[in-house]
Design a protein around this ligand. Structure first.
Ligand SMILES: Cc1cc2nc3c(=O)[nH]c(=O)nc-3n(C[C@H](O)[C@H](O)[C@H](O)COP(=O)(O)O)c2cc1C
Length: 236
């Protein structure tokens, strides 16, 4: 197989200066691959954004697992430019709700969102009420780290910050769903208030917020359809 490559990675020169380890990879039988592919797809097909959480507690250990799963995401130059700030503190959640509702009130009622945007949201029926931010047992805010800081306070450049955080967010949502919990990908913009309430430094910017918990019994979700394969997969 190695003969396929005129320029193998790592090159002998690179391997002499950097540490490399063998890839851990389990080769699965073809039918096992197909079974796992359909099982995971079926699982993910059942994921929905939830806007009615119960107040039932969720162990912190589960949130930790989701964060560490998200943190396996690939990232530009392996900078891992994300911080997951988690809280179950009722007072912190209350402050987040109050500030989010104020921003969303301006968005929805004072027309900061233009007509086109409001029309796109109409079928979902979302509004400026965000009670779930207090009721859900956990709120996790994913902050993007715009640049790193070394111990002397010097800036260190990060790469593809938004792409990296987007992938981490996706893994986080999948992990939460896989463990039987629900979340909402929530962006009550502008989200600067999250930096203040959560006391985050200037090099971090709120990327997305996730209330997390069990769904309230008999929770309803919009009856939406997902695009068929021919609209999302193009083979060239
Ligand atoms: C980046 C992003 C931001 C979103 N922001 C909000 C939001 O602020 N409020 C909300 O109710 N839903 C929000 N959503 C959820 C979408 O409305 C939802 O994912 C979409 O309607 C599809 O529904 P599903 O997640 O149940 O499949 C957001 C989703 C994404 C990906």
């Amino acid at each position: 197989m190695a003969r396929l490559y005129e320029h193998p990675y790592p090159s002998p020169e690179l391997a002499a200066t950097q540490r490399f380890i063998p890839l851990v990879h389990t080769r699965l039988p073809p039918d096992e691959m197909a079974t796992r592919a359909t099982r995971f797809r079926d699982t993910m097909e059942r994921r929905r954004s939830v806007r009615m959480f119960s107040d039932e507690p969720v162990p912190r250990a589960l949130i930790e697992h989701a964060v560490m799963t998200a943190s396996t995401a690939p990232s530009g130059a392996h900078r891992q430019p994300w911080r997951f700030v988690v809280t179950s503190d009722p007072e912190v959640k209350r402050q987040i709700r109050v500030a989010a509702e104020e921003e969303e009130r301006v968005n929805y009622l004072d027309n900061r969102m233009n007509d086109e945007w409001q029309e796109a949201l109409a079928p979902l029926g979302t509004d400026h009420h965000k009670e779930f931010l207090e009721i859900a047992p956990w709120i996790v805010v994913l902050f993007e780290e715009r640049y790193g800081l070394d111990t002397a306070g010097n800036r260190r450049k990060n790469y593809y910050v938004k792409e990296s955080c987007g992938i981490a967010a996706g893994l986080f949502v999948a992990a939460i769903h896989e463990m039987g919990l629900c979340t909402l990908t929530h962006t009550p913009s502008p989200m600067r208030f999250l930096s203040e309430v959560l006391g985050r430094p200037d090099n971090e910017r709120p990327f997305v917020m996730f209330p997390i918990g069990f769904p309230l019994e008999d929770t309803l979700v919009p009856d939406i359809e997902r695009k068929p394969i021919e609209d999302v997969l193009i083979e060239v």
